[in-house]
Design a binder for this molecule. Structure first.
Ligand code: FA5
Length: 352
């Protein structure tokens, strides 16, 4: 038999224990642990109810009341503690995550023009000063424009120099050079005189090396008129090179071959690295090639709609990335399209 006095003692002790443990509970999880210890299936308050049958029958209603009051009071205390803890958490987060509106803002990083775009714009500036207009022509070309109308029939060995990517649709390809643009411009303006440059991307299916990419830019130049000679070509290119590289450099013209120009030439500049004494970059010649050029072949003039008895013209094609490499002593062309900001950000001088 358990006596009511004994039960009262236990109720008192548990009331004290519950209060103390709730006060010490510092988190929602700790409160839950206290709840389980007292009110869980095997909790201390729950177990008190099991004592009831051991009390004298007349004491049981009184005892039941005592335990129920204990339970209610504990539950109320628990709820209060939980509410206090939640309020504390919100208060702490508000303080910790407060935004200091007086702090200075973070600077927004501004993008810049890609070095290829910068040099292209420099090229446009120089040639527009000499009366050349800028035209665009398609990157996807027909075999006819890229090759045949430029005197490169299907079995011509020069095709080996310009292997490219072909589209699924027969007869279409990614242009290997900007020269097909010559035909487009001539057909648009014939029989008027022309002074135009044609910039854009070109593609070649070839081994990617430090000097050669699969995708690169070219700028084509074309001038057609009644008395245009090789002297005009040399004059225009020399003026361009002086403006692009500075007056101090030396240039030379060397005979070359392109199926669409006759005669053809290549222009070299003294090697910027060794000053012309000879080094690995210039293959110990002291010179580096900067572009290909020549007098427009009579057949190409005819293909463009001009009478070669009446008209002559010159054309040239240069690679802006190669020009940048020479100007800034960059030893690997792949850097231009690898998208490494450490490289690209060095060209900060240009417009944003
Ligand atoms: C041509 O593409 C001729 N169409 C140029 C031309 C135009 C000649 C008009 C006569 C009249 P070539 O294959 O040499 O020629 O290329 C010209 C320039 O493009 C090169 O001097 C070089 O600067 C650039 N270039 C060519 N291949 C690559 C490549 N794989 N990667 C980067 N630049 C290249």
């Amino acid at each position: 038999m358990v006596q009511i006095e004994e039960l009262e003692q236990q109720v008192k002790a548990l009331a004290e224990e519950g209060r103390e443990r709730l006060e010490q509970a510092g988190s929602l999880e700790e409160c839950e642990a206290v709840r389980v210890a007292l009110l869980g299936r095997k909790g201390k308050i729950t177990e008190l109810f099991q004592l009831l049958p051991q009390l004298p029958p007349e004491a049981r209603p009184e005892a039941g009341k005592l335990i129920n009051t204990l339970k209610d009071q504990f539950q109320e205390a628990l709820e209060q503690r939980l509410a206090a803890l939640k309020a504390e958490t919100i208060e702490r987060r508000l303080q910790e995550e407060a935004v200091d509106v007086t702090l200075p803002g973070r600077p927004v990083a501004l993008g810049r023009l890609h070095p290829s775009t910068q040099v292209l714009r420099e090229i446009y500036r120089i040639f527009s000063g000499m009366g050349f207009q800028v035209f665009e022509s398609p990157e996807i070309e027909t075999d006819e424009h890229n090759f045949q109308l430029l005197n490169i029939p299907p079995d011509h060995p020069a095709r080996d120099m310009w292997s490219t990517f072909y589209l699924v649709e027969p007869g279409l390809l990614l242009r290997t050079h900007t020269s097909p643009g010559q035909i487009h411009v001539m057909r648009k303006f014939a029989p008027e005189p022309i002074r135009a440059i044609l910039p854009g991307k070109c593609y070649r299916y070839e081994q990617v090396t430090a000097r050669s990419e699969m995708m690169f830019h070219q700028v084509e130049g074309l001038a057609i008129g009644r008395k245009i000679t090789m002297a005009d070509l040399k004059g225009v290119l020399t003026e361009f090179a002086h403006q692009m590289f500075g007056e101090g450099r030396r240039f030379r013209f060397r005979a070359s071959y392109f199926p669409f120009t006759e005669p053809s030439l290549e222009m070299d500049m003294d090697c910027i690295l060794c000053g012309g004494r000879g080094c690995r970059v210039c293959k110990h010649t002291g010179w580096v090639e900067i572009l290909g050029a020549g007098m427009v072949h009579p057949q190409v003039l005819r293909n463009g709609g001009y009478d070669p008895q009446e008209f002559t013209g010159f054309a040239f094609g240069m690679g802006p990335e190669r020009i940048l490499m020479l100007k800034y002593n960059i030893d690997d062309i792949r850097l231009f399209f690898a998208n490494d900001l450490r490289f690209l950000e060095q060209f900060s001088g240009g417009p944003r």
